[in-house]
Design a binder for this molecule. Structure first.
Ligand code: ADP
Ligand code: ASP
Ligand code: MG
Length: 414
């Protein structure tokens, strides 16, 4: 074994669907990878399926009668990443460097049996590390792993980010670079807010909240892993000539000493929620527990919950926000329990302001609500945490709310 090779720092690079959308893009990614090898790293590359391929495979799995929770569904939808990993390893080989393609089960990325939404349990890193000894780059198919039962499973849509950061943790990498079609995490979704600007540095917990509140640039679970194992994550563009070691993307890390900047780091929005209002609830103990445990048992996530004070008639109601796709299931679960007047409103958007500066600046919530009031936008639900305020408003207010809040918190690109 060569000690010098063993002592090289490790780097994980992940390329998303648009970054590997055809052979030309795969080759461009391979060249970036080679530049990092030349910079002195042992590199592991994680790849997504080419843009559009997973959507096609999902349609195919559904047309064959499978649901996300069936092992067969995972077997079908994981094929896209396998194809890209083979093409990427081949391109690297053609450029004169050693590369091995690995499927999730081969690594092995050990997962639980929760097919289609698996959690990673463990990643023994010796197979990949053995490749480093003979100067082989590992090209790993993202989004997949092997269940406890020994079958292929998947991590949920967008899961390749999580594969990449989990591998970076298992390998003790210096950093995980996530290459995508934007040059970093922005103060708001650049497709919605024209004046959004790139964030240079942010803390894990801020980006985690942004991801949970609808900023779809990173899979929330990858940020959670980075935070747990303290592995810096950089989000950067695959579409320019730069590489991760230039450190031009958004660097996400542990605590950042705030020397400048405002209390709010970013504004997120999410159109994927529905509001469920349960009427005719007896205002007595146990009712809220009943309703929420019915939703938990059917594995429905709930976010905001509001129960107004009841009138003198002893009857109350409760408003709960749930993912749109689960609204019908939630309604059925509640009607089985005897709550037969449940209204579902899908015409809503959740808007949030996030920033760790909110821990010390207590004016943010008031400013946030005042901006909405000044623009005659009525809030239907409000929730706060130490570093976030979220509201639900009518969907057609999204654009005004986002742009006005973005300006009010000083986030507009100059
Ligand atoms: P990939 O295929 O590389 O995984 P994704 O589509 O999952 O890429 O994520 C990148 C997209 O995330 C961008 O094209 C952008 O439109 C969207 N996005 C949403 N919110 C943000 C944000 N706050 N900052 C940057 N991008 C965002
Ligand atoms: N290909 C999968 C998806 O489209 C996983 C990923 O790209 O992260 O969801
Ligand atoms: Mg993604």
């Amino acid at each position: 074994m060569n000690d010098v090779i063993e002592q090289k720092p490790r780097l994980v690079m992940k390329f998303g669907g648009t970054s590997v959308r055809d052979l030309g893009h795969i080759k461009r990614a391979a060249k970036k990878m080679i530049r990092e090898v030349e910079n002195g790293y042992h590199v592991t590359v994680v790849v997504s399926a080419m843009a559009g391929v997973t959507n096609r495979l999902v349609d195919e799995a559904i047309s064959q009668g499978f649901t996300e929770r069936d092992p067969e569904y995972s077997a079908i939808v994981s094929e896209g990443e396998l194809e890209t990993s083979r093409l990427m390893a081949q391109s690297i080989n053609e450029m004169g460097h050693g590369a091995q393609a690995w499927s999730g089960p081969q690594v092995p990325i050990k997962c639980d049996n929760n097919y289609g939404q698996s959690n990673i349990l463990q990643i023994p890193s010796n197979n990949i590390a053995n490749g480093f000894k003979i100067n082989q780059v590992a090209v790993v198919a993202g989004f997949q792993g092997v269940s406890v039962e020994g079958r292929i499973t998947t991590l949920g849509r967008g899961g390749s980010d999580t594969t990449a950061v989990a591998l970076a943790c298992a390998l003790g990498a210096e950093r995980c670079d996530i290459y995508t079609d934007v040059d970093g995490v922005y103060t708001a979704d650049p497709r919605q807010v024209e004046k959004a600007q790139k964030i240079d540095r942010a803390e894990f917990e801020e980006i985690l909240e942004m991801a949970h509140m609808g900023s779809k640039v990173l899979h929330p679970r990858c940020v959670q892993l980075g935070m747990k194992y303290n592995i810096p994550i950089q989000v950067l563009s695959s579409l320019n000539d730069g590489i991760g070691s230039d450190l031009k993307g958004t660097m996400i890390m542990g605590e950042i000493e705030a020397m400048e900047g405002g209390a709010v780091t970013g504004i997120s929005h999410d159109f994927n929620d529905a509001q469920l209002t349960v009427y005719n609830i007896k205002d007595q103990f146990g009712q809220a527990a009943n309703i929420l445990s019915a939703l938990s048992k059917t594995q429905i996530n709930k976010d905001m919950i509001i129960q107004p004070v009841s009138n003198d008639d002893g009857i109350t109601r409760m408003t709960i926000s749930v993912p749109k796709q689960d609204a019908d299931r939630a309604q059925k679960a509640l009607s089985t329990l005897g709550y037969d007047h449940v209204e579902v409103d899908t015409d809503i958007v959740k808007i949030s302001a996030i920033g760790s500066g909110m821990k010390t600046d207590h004016t943010v919530s008031a400013t946030f609500l005042q901006v909405l009031a000044n623009n005659e936008i009525n809030t239907r639900a409000i929730a706060t945490s130490e570093i976030k305020i979220s509201v639900i408003v009518r969907a057609d207010h999204a654009e005004t709310a986002l742009t006005k809040l973005h300006s009010a918190f000083g986030l507009d690109r100059k």
